[in-house]
Design a protein around this ligand. Structure first.
Ligand code: FNR
Length: 342
């Protein structure tokens, strides 16, 4: 199938191009092995419930795409994977369909393919309550993600340059929407100050989406035709650092880990340092573009692998993982020390 040269298609193809360059931030997080688990694999419960959303496993397909013919087909593949494995799934930003209703189908295909699944709609923080309601209705969504992506916008040649009022938009959406709201970054991570600001306007679900996976400064920089903004490619906090910042600050919210999470071991590490769930984007894109049946098999294998890791850690539930012994090394430890995170 031909791929018209538009931004949505470029984001997918460039995330795939740069996928091999990802460097996980979880190498700095180590478990302390204890020789007596004192439990059986069958004792493990992988389910998570947050804000009335029930997940059978602690990971989901995070926001990526829709908005062009090709990415509509990609959304359909992702929705088949979600349906066959019971994973929740977010679409990419639905703003393309608000601007051009002929693109609605490229998002609605997700609900049609997976009528009973947990589905999240997504928009940027420049949007207000009315648009949030429209996209939730369009997808019959179970939750709404609002993305916060200032660094991506400034590197994007055609990106926004006006960033006032985002927190006010988020507050009005949290207060006015009938479904749970997830505030998320897009791979630049969060600080404890950001997390406190989000909590102060009532956000209960925060996806820190840090560095270590998809790098939107790199993607947008590659798309630039004029001068390049290479320095922005290092902007932000890693996912591990962002989770530790959240551990130091979040009191009323559940934290979601995303950004460079590609394997069960990374998921368990993220859960052990305070996440309730893991969102995976580029990893699932990589698998969906390759072979949907193989992706389904791999995900089912991951569920087994998660129970094995949790058994070795003596953790029956996701909550139990918070009590796991971990060691923090390297740059992550240096960051914690500089920010006085204990
Ligand atoms: C994204 N991401 C994203 N996020 C969002 O909130 N709205 C969006 O429309 C998109 N679009 C998008 C397209 C593509 C192709 C990718 C790979 C990612 C960001 C995504 O949800 C996530 O925050 C980051 O990609 C970090 O996670 P990974 O990719 O390292 O697992």
């Amino acid at each position: 199938m031909s791929k018209p040269n538009n931004r949505k298609n470029e984001h997918v193809s460039l995330s795939e191009k740069f996928y091999p360059q990802q460097v996980s931030s979880f190498k700095d997080i180590r478990f302390v092995h204890q020789s007596f688990p004192e439990m059986d694999v069958r004792d493990v419960d992988l389910s998570v419930s947050v804000e009335g959303l029930n997940f059978s496993v602690p990971f989901f397909i995070n926001a990526m795409t829709g908005g062009s013919e090709w990415t509509g087909k990609v959304n359909e593949k992702l929705a088949v994977i979600a349906r066959e494995t019971g994973l929740a799934m977010a679409t990419g930003s639905v703003s393309a369909a608000l601007k051009d209703p002929s693109q609605e189908e490229t998002f609605k295909v997700v609900r049609r393919t997976n009528p009973n699944g947990l589905i999240f709609a997504n928009l940027g923080a420049g949007h207000g309550l009315e648009n949030a309601k429209r996209v939730v209705d369009l997808l019959e969504a179970d939750a709404f993600q609002i993305h916060i992506n200032a660094p991506q916008e400034v590197v994007m040649p055609e990106g926004d340059r006006e960033f006032r009022g985002w927190l006010t938009n988020i507050e009005s959406i949290v207060n006015g929407l009938s479904v749970p709201v997830i505030a998320k970054e897009v791979g630049f991570g969060m600080s404890r100050e950001t997390i406190r600001q989000l909590e102060s306007v009532g956000v209960k679900l925060i996806d820190v989406s840090g560095q270590g996976g998809t790098n939107f400064a790199q993607i947008e920089n590659f798309r630039r035709k004029d001068f390049k903004l290479d320095d922005f490619e290092e902007w932000g906090q890693t996912t591990a650092v962002s989770l530790l910042e959240a551990g130091d600050s979040a009191v009323n919210s559940h934290i979601i880990a995303s950004g460079g999470i590609r394997r069960p071991m990374e998921m368990v590490k993220a859960l052990s340092i305070g996440a309730s769930l893991n969102g995976l984007s580029s990893q699932f894109m990589h698998m969906a573009l390759d072979d949907v049946d193989q992706a389904i098999d791999t995900i089912n294998q991951w569920k087994v692998e998660l129970t094995h890791i949790m058994t070795l850690l003596g953790a029956r539930t996701i909550e139990d993982l918070r009590r796991t012994d971990i060691i923090i090394t390297g740059e992550t430890a240096e960051w914690c020390s500089a920010r006085k995170i204990s």
